[in-house]
Every structure is written in structure tokens, then in C-alpha cells.
Design a protein around this ligand. Structure first.
Ligand SMILES: NC(=O)c1ccc[n+]([C@@H]2O[C@H](COP(=O)([O-])OP(=O)(O)OC[C@H]3O[C@@H](n4cnc5c(N)ncnc54)[C@H](OP(=O)(O)O)[C@@H]3O)[C@@H](O)[C@H]2O)c1
Length: 232
């Protein structure tokens, strides 16, 4: 792939639908080289084909270490660096529920995708992010992970997003020069958010795209909604 040093190279996980697809659309429209990833090749290729700009579909199941390793090899070989990693892929299982009732296997499954996968991706791609003049990691979290007003229900999802915010803080403390932030996209109309949600995907994608391309490089270790700090 022919990319210039000034064209940001951005990986988006779960880029085939919802907020992830819209993040890819906005990034490509602003001239980024987007690596749109999805666990379904068919769905990912279809999503990439509908976008204008530099969009490179690559398969990625974030919870599968072999898949993560294959993507790293591809990015290293093809681009030689990574500027931005957007950990967007996430699940809210139907079997989620009250903390006193939720099956622990559901909690484990949710933590695998929503928390451990972003951590593993950051570990895997940090050497390539260090090759960037302005490396960034954007973790798509949720207001449901906010400890400041934590309450019952959606236990596995809440736990996974609170822990993802901890991942953000830890990596921000360790990865000097690489900006690491969490985003709450708000309540967005997607398969996960449902039809009654108050925001469209373009609003949900705005802050992640801003953090990926425009935010000050020294903004790191924050939790943001609408480009503003919110309580952890
Ligand atoms: N919508 C909201 O109101 C809202 C609010 C707060 C936070 N969020 C967060 O925003 C992010 C995007 O949510 P969304 O609303 O766009 O949800 P969505 O429409 O349900 O899309 C979820 C995306 O994650 C992907 N995914 C799940 N597990 C994966 C895996 N193991 N490997 C690769 N991809 C995987 C899905 O791929 P498949 O198509 O293969 O399933 C899909 O692309 C999530 O992290 C979510 O928690 C959403």
C-alpha cells in the first residue's frame, strides 16, 4: 500500500457495522488510511466496499490471539507502522443481567471481548505505534462503566467497561508519547443501542475520530464524551 508519512494509518476493530463502520467512514473521508477489521470476511468486505477513500479490509476476531498476531504481521509488512488503534468491537450479551444472577461464563465472555482484547491489541501493536510520530489508542468505553453513578443491572457489561477504563489509565501511564483515552459515545442507534437511542452513529463516532486525528497529543488518560472530560 502506498501511504505517505503524513497519512495516518488507523486500525478500527468491529468496523463492519454500527459505530465502528461510521468511524471508518469519517476517518476515510478525512484522508486516513483505514484498516477496517471485522471477524466476518463477508460482512467486512461489504462494509469496506461501501466507503470512499483508502480503506483496507483485514479479518480480525479480537478475542482470537492467532487472528491478532496475523493482523500485526500484515500491518508490519504492509505499512511498517501504526498511528492509531481504535478498540471499538464490543458485546453486550443477551444473557447479561443483575450482578447477583448473571452467569459467570457470561462475565468471562464479556471481559474477553470488551476488556482483555483491547489490552492484548495494545500490547501487540505498541511496537508499531512507537514507530509513529503521534501514536494514539482510543478505547470505546461506555457511560455504563462509570463508577461515579454505578448501579445494578448489565453487570457483565458494566464490569467490562469499568475495567476497560482501568486499562486506559494503566496504558496512559506506561506508554509515554502515545495518547491513550476512553470514550463514551453516548446512547447510539445501532444493533446494540437499539432504535430508541437518542444519537445517530455520526454523533457516536465524532469523539473517537477527533481523538484519532485532531486532539492534542498530550491529551492522554482521559474519559471523554462529546470531546469533554466526564467522570470515571
Ligand atoms: N450503541 C450504544 O449506545 C453504545 C453506547 C456506549 C458504548 N458503546 C460501545 O460502542 C462500541 C460499538 O458498539 P455498537 O453500538 O456499534 O455495537 P454493534 O452495532 O453491536 O457492533 C458491535 C461490533 O463489534 C464487533 N465484535 C463483537 N465481537 C467481536 C470480536 N470478537 N471480534 C471482532 N469484532 C467483534 C461486531 O462484529 P459482528 O458483526 O461480527 O458481530 C460489530 O462490528 C462497543 O464497544 C460498545 O460497547 C455503544
Amino acid at each position: 500500500m502506498a501511504t505517505s508519512d503524513s497519512q495516518p494509518i488507523v486500525i478500527v476493530t468491529g468496523g463492519n457495522r454500527g459505530i465502528g463502520l461510521e468511524i471508518c467512514r469519517q476517518l476515510a473521508a478525512r484522508g486516513a488510511q483505514v484498516i477496517l477489521t471485522a471477524r466476518s470476511r463477508e460482512s467486512g468486505e461489504k462494509a469496506a466496499a461501501q466507503l470512499d477513500g483508502a480503506v483496507d479490509f483485514q479479518p480480525l476476531d479480537v478475542a482470537d490471539p492467532t487472528s491478532v498476531s496475523a493482523l500485526k504481521d500484515y500491518v508490519q509488512r504492509t505499512y511498517g507502522r501504526l498511528d492509531v488503534l481504535i478498540n471499538n468491537a464490543g458485546i453486550m450479551p443477551d444473557a447479561d443481567g443483575a450482578g447477583l444472577e448473571v452467569d459467570l461464563d457470561t462475565v468471562r465472555e464479556t471481559l474477553e471481548t470488551n476488556t482483555l482484547a483491547p489490552l492484548h491489541l495494545a500490547q501487540t501493536f505498541s511496537p508499531l505505534l512507537r514507530q509513529s510520530a503521534a501514536g494514539r489508542i482510543v478505547n470505546i468505553s461506555s457511560g455504563l462503566g462509570t463508577l461515579a453513578d454505578m448501579t445494578g443491572g448489565h453487570a457483565s457489561y458494566r464490569i467490562s467497561k469499568t475495567a476497560l477504563n482501568a486499562v486506559t489509565r494503566i496504558l496512559a501511564g506506561e506508554l509515554h508519547g502515545i495518547a491513550v483515552n476512553s470514550v463514551c459515545p453516548g446512547w447510539v442507534r445501532t444493533d446494540m443501542g437499539g432504535a430508541s437511542a437518542e444519537r445517530d452513529v455520526s454523533q457516536g463516532a465524532d469523539t473517537p475520530v477527533w481523538l484519532a486525528l485532531e486532539a492534542p497529543q498530550n491529551l492522554s488518560g482521559h474519559f471523554l464524551r462529546d470531546r469533554q472530560d466526564v467522570a470515571w
